[in-house]
Design a protein around this ligand. Structure first.
Ligand SMILES: [Zn+2]
Length: 189
């Protein structure tokens, strides 16, 4: 008796074999094997960015497209240890160190959520003789400058912060953020 019921269920048409898939495009899309970003319309996009365009029938059908798995540029950077931006933060006052690290990670998460390829690659903490230093590398050169400016704008009311930039010939951007204990005479307006 129960076997018959199950057999009846199996005969129901499954969604996978539903008709209406004849218009599926034949293209192959690149997909990152690490972060699952998809290269679509000339840019790498997060998988959830594809679903926002459900009204676009082409995007809605992308699950029917053949995927070619590669590493996206950001994941390739992470794997090979290459980067486009670097921020070196020096003389960080001990009392703000943990808050600053959390600030940097939030900056990275926000950036990545807006554009999957704009990420932090590494956040390294060095502590030499009590002089706290943090080195951050980024996938995109302009991210380094933006992070440096955000750190300055956030902490300038607590302590003196100066930024300097240097750009390497091959477009890498280096920013240095220097924290300084407030000094009455050297403070500039
Ligand atoms: Zn990736």
């Amino acid at each position: 008796m129960s076997k018959k019921l199950r057999a009846a269920h199996i005969k129901q048409p499954s969604q996978r074999t539903a008709s209406g898939t004849s218009a599926v495009p034949k293209g192959t899309l690149l997909r990152c094997s690490d972060c699952q970003a998809v290269h679509e319309k000339k840019a790498w996009r997060a998988p959830n960015e594809l679903s926002h365009a459900k009204k676009d029938p082409w995007v809605a059908r992308t699950k029917e497209v053949r995927w070619k798995y590669v590493l996206c540029p950001a994941c390739k950077d992470a794997k090979e240890g290459t980067y486009s931006g670097m921020v070196v933060i020096r003389r960080i006052p001990g009392k703000i160190l943990n808050g600053l690290l959390s600030f940097i990670r939030k900056f990275g998460a926000r950036s990545r959520s807006r554009h999957i390829e704009r990420r932090l690659l590494s956040v390294q903490k060095n502590g030499k003789n009590g002089a706290n230093e943090v080195v951050v590398t980024t996938t995109e050169n302009q991210m380094a400058g933006r992070l440096a400016e955000k750190i300055r704008d956030t902490y300038k009311h607590q302590t003196r912060v100066t930024i300097s930039f240097s750009r390497e010939p091959h477009k890498r951007e280096h920013a240095t953020v220097l924290f300084d204990e407030p000094q009455e005479d050297t403070r500039t307006a």
